[in-house]
Structures are given as structure tokens and as C-alpha cells.
Ligand binder design. Structure first.
Ligand code: NAD
Length: 420
């Protein structure tokens, strides 16, 4: 069976042993025996020592797979690296409901990043802005001379915009260099171009360039994902209505919107980390975009369609890469990209946005019905059992009793353990 025909639906995946789960993923993603070894490998200390400074060791977090996803008609298993329980189960559940009505559909812009050059100490900002724009072609050519590889892939500096800003220091000019970064996240590529342009901008204007760095508000690199969630599977139209009531608070209130968006990032960060991408860049872009109209709000929107089903949409900047950065160095990130079977940064963006929407749907759905704690309790009870000193089979016994008693407390876990 070709990979495109394989299904990401696996019932009871969570009940399988780790070995059997790996075997399913290996078959789904056509992994080799060498790939398989990476699941249980650790990041080589020499590699780690080259990635960051002052290395002491490596820091492990759990890595799992979200199942059931269909995105633009294609099945995906989504690798997620996270320390938070319930996140992967919730995403998989949401994907299962979304697939009833065809799964996730996405739209995407070109991968355009913005580099900023801050120009100070100019006598006449209007004249200086004109001088910059009059030399747009020369500036773009100079930028493109910095990255012939990017240009050879159809990317490179595409446009220039000039903004005049009032500040406590007086007026300043901020030049935006718009760069198509193709399959890269783009920070190094854009920063190198900005640094190269600074002397020419100073010469053209007589001013002084201070900052030369990309903006993480990547609002020209936007991805949207949409899914319809079946009302019957949700428990009927009254549950859809309850969901919309919960969502409405996130749309009007920053206190709720922050938590609502955190739920989105539970999924997004996990796949971003698993693929070796920069989670801080994605977080910064997402939250700045959520406040773009002056008030911080939800990154998702929801409404009911004429059948009474719930329609969910997400829209956010997505500066991810499949070349460059840590994603090309870390063996697990390389493996995760193989599991996803992605061919471009844009395809990865579509997966990330769909996962974010699924994660958000799952959280609001739980909050609107049984509450969020029920899903968290299973693993939480096991952690408490371990903290109480349980080992092996004792863990499930103690955790089971704690859940039965609806009292997940360390002192009670110790008592139960004593009586086993
Ligand atoms: P990079 O410089 O490692 O790789 C990008 C380069 O790869 C391109 O410039 C191009 O020359 C080459 N390339 C080869 N094939 C390509 C293709 N198909 N498409 C595009 N380019 C191709 O990485 P980067 O993406 O420029 O920078 C990402 C790194 O920068 C991340 O590790 C990030 O953490 C870091 N960073 C982020 C910030 C920030 O977000 N503010 C600031 C500085 C650094």
C-alpha cells in the first residue's frame, strides 16, 4: 500500500505497547530499521555541544503521536513532544470527530518574512523614505546577492516597504524587507540580508541604522485551517450551543483568550518542538497576531452551519522551516519530519495549524461538557501513585483506587499503597 493510501485511524492505539505503536508508525511512514533505532536513541552529547553553549547534558521530554488526522484529503500521524498529559489524546479525539465531515482544509500564503531596519538621526524623514524607495531595485539586488541558494529555489528579497514612526526619540524610519524564505524558517537568511543593506541605507539617507533583524510578527506568512465538527458526534445541537457560549468569552475577553490560545499552543508547540522548529518564534508571532486589532483575542473562530454542525477556523502566522535550524541536526526532528512525510515548509504549516485547531476544539469541547479535569486525572493519578512510592503493577492499582474515590491526593495514595 502506498503511503498516501494509509490511514491514520487506529482504534485503541493508546492501549498498545510502545513497541507495537512504533511498529504501526514504522509501517505508516515507511521507516527503515535505522529510523526505528532513533525512537529510543538520545541526542549525542557532541551534537548538543555544537547546538548551544555551556552544555551539561540533554533534557528528555516525552514524544508521542497524534492519530486520526486527515488534512486536505491526506492522512497524517502527527509527532508531538510535550510534557503535558491529555494533549495528544485530546488532539487525536478532535481529529476523529473532524474526519466525519472530511477533516481539515487549509489555505496558505507565500512564505514571506519581514526584516526590519530601524533608521535614526535623519534630517528629513520624508526625503529619506523617498531615497530608500527610489533605490528599491538596488537594495533588493544587494539583499539577494547574500543568499544565492535561496534565490535558486525561487525565494529571496521580493519587496521593500517604508514606515515613518513617531517615537519619544523623534521620528524614525523603519524599512521592511520582504523576503520569500521558501522552506526555511528564515531568521538567519533575513538577518544576514538586513545587515548587508544597512550601510547602503545609511549612505542614501545620511542617517544611522540601529536595529537590523527580522520581525516575529510574520503577518505576511499566514496559514488558515478549517474543520466541521459533527453535531451528533458532539452530543447534539445543545452541545454545539454550549460550545459557542464558551467560545464567545474568548472572543471578547483577553483573560479567557490567553487561556484559550494557550490551549492552541499546547498542540502547536508540541509539533514545533518535535520537528526542531523555534517555538518562541511561533509563540511570539501567534500572540502578536492575536492582538493585531488593538485587543488581544482568540486565534480561532467558531460558528454553527445550516445543518447545526460546528465550524471551526484558525488563522495565524507560521514561520516554520524544514531546512536549516535545529531541525536538520537533531535526529528525532529528522525522524519526525519523515513520519509526517512533508515536502515543504508550507505543508508543515498546514499540519501545524490543523493540529492547533484540533487542540482548541478538544479543550473547549471538554470545558463545555464534562470539564477539563476528567481527562487529566488518569495520568495525574499515576504520577501521584509514583510520588507515593508505587512501582510496577502497584502504580495502576493505586491510581485506579484514587480515581474511584475521586480523591487524587498524595497522602491518600500513601495509605492505599501501605494497604496493598
Ligand atoms: P538557516 O540559515 O540555517 O537555513 C536557511 C538557509 O538554507 C537559506 O538561507 C538557504 O541558503 C538554504 N536553503 C537550502 N535549501 C533551501 C530551501 N529549499 N528553502 C529555503 N532555503 C534553503 O536557517 P534560517 O531558517 O534562516 O534560520 C532559522 C534559525 O534562526 C532558527 O534556528 C531560529 O531559532 C534562529 N533565529 C531566530 C530568530 C528569531 O526568531 N527572532 C533570530 C535569530 C535566529
Amino acid at each position: 500500500m502506498s503511503k498516501d493510501e494509509k490511514t491514520s485511524v487506529v482504534s485503541g492505539f493508546y492501549k498498545l505497547s510502545v513497541k507495537k505503536r512504533i511498529s504501526f508508525v514504522k509501517d505508516f511512514a515507511d521507516l527503515s530499521g535505522e529510523d526505528e533505532k532513533v525512537f529510543s536513541s538520545h541526542l549525542n552529547i557532541e551534537t548538543a555541544d555544537r547546538m548551544i553553549e555551556n552544555v551539561l547534558g540533554t533534557f528528555e521530554i516525552p514524544f508521542g503521536i497524534a492519530v486520526n488526522f486527515v488534512i486536505n484529503g491526506k492522512d497524517y500521524l502527527i509527532p508531538m513532544a510535550t510534557e503535558e498529559s491529555s494533549v495528544i489524546a485530546a488532539a487525536s479525539n478532535a481529529a476523529k470527530i473532524a474526519r466525519i465531515k472530511g477533516g481539515f482544509k487549509t489555505e496558505i500564503t507565500d512564505p514571506l518574512m519581514i526584516g526590519q531596519l530601524q533608521l535614526l538621526k535623519v534630517d528629513d524623514v520624508v526625503d529619506a523614505a523617498k531615497a530608500i524607495m527610489d533605490h528599491k531595485k538596488q537594495l533588493l539586488d544587494l539583499a539577494n546577492a547574500q543568499d544565492k541558494i535561496l534565490v535558486s529555489f525561487g525565494g529571496g528579497a521580493k519587496d521593500l516597504e517604508v514606515r515613518i514612526l513617531d517615537s519619544p526619540l523623534g521620528k524614525m524610519i523603519v524599512t521592511h524587507l520582504i523576503v520569500d524564505v521558501r522552506d526555511a524558517m528564515g531568521a538567519n537568511a533575513v538577518n544576514t540580508m538586513c545587515e548587508a543593506l544597512a550601510p547602503m541605507i545609511e549612505e542614501l539617507t545620511g542617517g544611522h541604522v540601529r536595529l537590523k533583524i527580522l520581525s516575529n510578527l510574520a503577518d505576511k506568512r499566514i496559514v488558515k485551517a478549517r474543520a466541521v465538527f459533527d453535531k451528533e458526534k458532539m452530543g447534539g445541537e445543545s452541545v454545539v450551543d454550549a460550545f459557542l457560549e464558551s467560545y464567545t468569552l474568548a472572543s471578547i475577553d483577553p483573560y479567557r483568550a490567553a487561556t484559550h490560545n494557550k490551549g492552541i499552543m499546547n498542540g502547536i508547540d508540541a509539533v514545533i518542538i518535535a520537528t526542531g522548529n523555534d517555538s518562541r518564534a511561533i509563540e511570539a508571532g501567534a500572540h502578536a497576531y492575536a492582538a493585531r486589532n488593538g485587543q488581544y483575542t482568540s486565534l480561532t473562530t467558531y460558528h454553527k452551519d445550516k445543518n447545526g454542525d460546528l465550524v471551526g477556523e484558525i488563522e495565524l502566522p507560521m514561520a516554520v522551516g524544514i531546512v536549516g535550524g535545529a531541525g536538520n541536526i537533531h535526529p528525532k526532528a529528522i525522524l519526525c519530519k519523515k513520519i509526517l512525510g512533508i515536502k515543504s515548509a508550507q505543508q508543515l504549516s498546514e499540519v501545524v495549524a490543523s493540529l492547533g485547531l484540533a487542540q482548541n476544539f478538544a479543550a473547549v469541547f471538554a470545558l463545555s461538557t464534562v470539564g477539563i479535569q476528567k481527562g487529566h486525572m488518569g495520568l495525574h493519578a499515576k504520577n501521584i501513585a509514583v510520588m507515593a512510592g508505587a512501582t510496577g503493577k502497584q502504580i495502576d492499582k493505586v491510581a485506579g483506587q484514587l480515581i474511584k474515590e475521586e480523591k487524587i491526593k498524595l497522602d491518600r495514595a500513601k495509605e492505599i499503597l501501605k494497604n496493598i
